[in-house]
Ligand binder design. Structure first.
Ligand code: COA
Length: 395
């Protein structure tokens, strides 16, 4: 079997769309709009296809965007819709596509790569590791309806609010590792007018201080609907609580709000009972594509100065393997070639450490970080730990 892997063009969109539909049992009636969204976002050229005798038998997409780590947007290539035709599975085609994607991203300067995995083995084999939370949680509307009325009153958003909404999101995302620096096409999807999708904003003296995007989904039989919270960001609890109360006001029709990926830390400190439930326990994965540039691109705690030798093991990335020295000072990081000694870390362990998902202590316990002293473990934790990484985008 001779497999050719090549970049996509707009002429390949329909073949990719059909394979994607087969991979996820998607409704073909969505094909035209998927193709149009890819064409208009310039994503057709970001597809990779595996061909045998001219027939498309495997595909994936590499979406260019940023991902916030340490308060800075890191150039990223998000892997989407990896599908191999069923009759060609377990023959190494998924692996070959992922290896090719790593090469493309490295050439283009996309230094990390997140993805939302339906299955993990093929990604872990190719260097991706669990790196942040993407669970779905539900919050009872009756509890939200009991929150105090804040000083504000929400109103429906108009298109004139969109710039301010984007700024509110970025301010919130800067403080949360893993959130995406969304390109225009992704924002278009978030804010596109759709039946039963609502965007509400909170204003303070003419300035937006909070927004929420949610859908009412009729999936609960003859009465009632489900509430799906897609996006929420606010500058203060006063602004955030108005938005949660707004969702609570749906309690006659919706028993719960379903929240995908968004952390609920502030809300949990105000709810009367511990009744947030995880209904889908899920994490996203990350690969470090170019370690020196990824280390230089993210931010670090101010006032921290450290230097640790590291030996990196990347069986599928020869450019990574060998000795390095990690230096952090004035909120900046540098990974330069070293001469040996210090802890050893696998490329998968580095992904989980880099995002802040796994502590160096956990990686040591899991065998992904070796030969580390207690001091080196503490120093690595000081550099990379922070708020729990999250992400509320699908791609
Ligand atoms: C996931 C998918 C893309 C993998 O593609 P593939 O071409 O079958 O993958 P590969 O043949 O490269 O397999 C990768 C490795 O995992 C191994 N593997 C396969 N199934 C496994 C399992 N259940 N557990 C552990 N390892 C497994 C393979 O043997 C291979 O390892 P090897 O090279 O050491 O033998 C393919 O199964 C698919 O299209 N699934 C449907 C769509 C989907 O869910 N995509 C994922 C979206 S995130």
């Amino acid at each position: 079997m001779t497999i050719e892997i090549r970049d996509g063009t707009v002429d390949d969109l329909e073949d990719h769309a059909k394979l994607r539909e087969q991979g996820y049992a998607l409704d073909p009636r969505g094909r035209r709009s998927w193709m149009e969204s890819y064409r208009s976002a310039g994503l057709a050229e970001r597809m990779l296809g595996a061909y045998e005798k001219g027939r498309l038998i495997g595909r994936l997409s590499i979406m260019p965007f940023g991902q916030f780590f340490g308060g800075r947007p890191v150039p990223a290539g998000g892997i989407g819709a990896v599908v191999v035709a069923p009759e060609y599975r377990s023959r190494g085609i998924g692996t070959a596509l992922l290896d090719a994607s790593v090469k493309r991203m490295r050439d283009r300067g996309e230094v990390v790569s997140p993805l939302g995995p339906a299955t993990m083995w093929v990604y872990r084999k190719c260097g991706w590791e669990i790196a942040g939370d993407q669970s779905v949680r539900v919050v009872p509307t009756v509890d939200l309806d009991r929150l105090d009325f804040g000083p504000y009153h929400e109103r429906p958003a108009t298109e004139r609010d969109h710039d301010a909404i984007r700024k509110l999101y970025i301010n919130a995302a800067l403080a949360r590792p893993g959130m995406l620096a969304r390109p225009a096409w992704m924002w278009d999807e978030h804010l596109r007018a759709e039946p039963h999708r609502y965007v509400y904003v909170v204003e303070d003296k003419g300035r937006l201080v909070g927004y929420a995007v949610y859908k009412q989904v009729k999936d609960r039989g003859p009465t009632g609907y489900s509430l799906l919270l897609e996006d929420l960001a606010a500058e203060s609890w006063d602004a955030e609580s108005v938005l949660w109360r707004h969702l609570g006001a749906h309690q006659a029709q919706a028993r719960e709000v379903r929240v995908h990926g968004l952390p609920l830390d502030a809300l949990a400190l105000h709810l009367p009972e511990q009744r947030i439930r995880i209904i889908w326990d899920h994490r996203w994965m990350l690969r470090v594509i170019d370690a020196p540039r990824a280390i230089a691109a993210r931010g670090y705690p101010l006032g921290l100065t450290l230097s640790v030798p590291l030996t990196l093991d990347d069986p599928r990335g020869s450019w990574h393997s060998g000795h390095w020295v990690l230096d952090v000072h004035d909120g900046k990081g540098e990974l330069g070639r070293g001469t040996g000694g210090g802890p050893t870390i696998s490329i998968t362990g580095l992904a989980a450490l880099y995002s802040g998902y796994a502590s160096a202590r956990t990686l040591f316990a899991a065998g992904l970080l070796g030969e580390a002293t207690a001091e080196q473990i503490a120093v690595l934790d000081a550099a990379f730990s922070g708020p729990r990484p999250a992400m509320n985008d699908d791609f």
